[in-house]
Design a protein around this ligand. Structure first.
Ligand code: B12
Length: 327
């Protein structure tokens, strides 16, 4: 199978972007990662510092790897405010704002289905291959997704550290397949995804100054980390800056001029709010949860299971407090 056909298959399986590269180590990415860990920017995400050799070298992930396939899925949907529905928004006075990636179904599950479908389609056309010729991950794998996405021509790394694509901006999920299939790699220098130039809007807009320098995010201060990953209590001086954000944060992406220019509605129905918790979530609904069952009834199948019941309640209390202060 050639790269052209593989990309056609990725579209049939529902992916918006597909880039191909070789499984070589990327020294610049290793350097960035090492310095990030040394500085303690991973905060309490101890898991990310483990298995580093595997994370740096896709050849360590499977015997005989010849190619890395990077896939992208656009999840962009406008906020209610952007649609001019201020009344709808006002009705959410007692609610917290959920970041865009988390409003519908859990993307890990959506991407898993599409990846399995893609591999199945490839196997139907390639008799010499088997399931063992592929391995794949989304997000949680020991893989430097953004760096390999750059190498595969999917985008460039912006100052907010997001992978920015010329068509969709940064509103894309990434995932990867490693395979023993030898494919023609993409030439990343061939594509113009834009650049940041002297723009510093994302750095200046971050309420907690988490972008400590271009392309480097300190998780200890990042609202996304604090509301999703941090297991413990959040210091008031940071919590006071969350505004109404209850889960994740999109500020550094929302101010990005590339994203303002490239607002392509996601074609994936699984990411609409009605498939998950939606854009706003009522604070009392969370604070009044009485059991794990009630928590799961509200969050199962969505990214909001991640901080567990206690974490989500902690976030709801913070937003409630912040709203009180505003009045
Ligand atoms: C840990 C993690 C986080 C942490 C730390 C984020 C960070 N900036 O490092 C926290 C919890 C804060 C977080 C937040 C978010 N995350 Co997150 N996260 C990850 C995860 C699991 C690992 C990232 C990592 O290794 N960080 C360490 C740093 C050093 O690595 P890096 O960010 O990938 O940066 C690389 C490049 O910048 C590179 N580099 C810099 N310059 C150059 C130049 C060249 C030429 C090259 C090749 C490389 C390069 O070196 C770095 C190391 O490879 C990835 C999935 C994955 N397996 O990669 C998702 C991922 C990065 N997250 C994602 C998302 C969507 C988010 C949020 C938007 C969620 C939200 N709305 O709240 C925010 C965005 C915050 C931000 N501005 O980064 C997406 C990003 C997609 C995209 N378009 O970029 C990913 C890829 C998950 C996915 N599968 O789609 N996340």
């Amino acid at each position: 199978m050639n790269s052209k056909r593989l990309k056609e298959i990725s579209k049939l399986a529902g992916f918006d972007l597909c880039g191909i590269t070789t499984p070589e180590v990327i020294p610049e990415a290793v350097d960035y990662f090492e310095r990030w860990i040394e500085n303690g920017f991973h905060a309490e995400m101890e898991w990310i510092g483990k298995n580093r050799e595997r994370r740096y070298d896709p050849k360590k992930l499977m015997d005989g790897v010849k190619s890395v396939i990077i896939l992208g899925l656009n999840y962009y949907k406008p906020n209610t405010d952007e649609l001019g529905q201020t009344e709808a928004s006002a009705a959410h006075n007692n609610s917290g704002l959920v970041s865009r990636y988390a409003r519908g179904k859990d993307y890990h599950k959506v991407i898993r289905r599409k990846t399995e479908d893609m591999i199945y389609r490839v196997l139907k056309e390639e008799n010499e291959l088997s399931q063992d010729s592929f391995n794949w991950w989304v997000d949680y794998g020991p893989f430097l997704e953004r760096s390999y996405a750059v190498k595969a021509g999917i985008g460039y790394i912006g100052k907010n550290s997001m992978l920015i694509n010329k068509e969709y901006g940064s509103w894309i999920f990434l995932s990867e397949i490693v395979t023993t299939l030898e494919l023609e790699p993409d030439d990343p220098t061939d594509l113009d995804h834009g650049k940041c130039g002297s723009c510093r809007l994302c750095i200046e807009a971050c309420p907690t100054d988490a972008i400590v320098k271009p392309r480097v995010v300190d998780s200890n201060k990042c609202i996304s980390y604090l509301t999703i990953e941090r297991p413990s209590m959040i210091p008031d001086e940071l919590a006071d800056k969350f505004g109404n954000m209850i889960f994740g944060c999109d500020i550094c992406q929302e101010v990005c001029p590339h994203n303002l220019e490239r607002q392509v509605l996601s074609a994936h129905k699984d990411f609409v709010g009605t498939k998950g918790v939606g854009e706003f979530i009522n604070l009392d609904k969370i604070l009044n949860l009485k059991s794990r069952e009630e928590f799961l009834k509200l969050t199962a199948g969505t990214p909001l299971t991640r901080p567990k019941e206690d974490g989500l309640k902690r976030n709801a209390e913070i937003v409630k407090r912040n709203k009180g202060k505003k009045c």
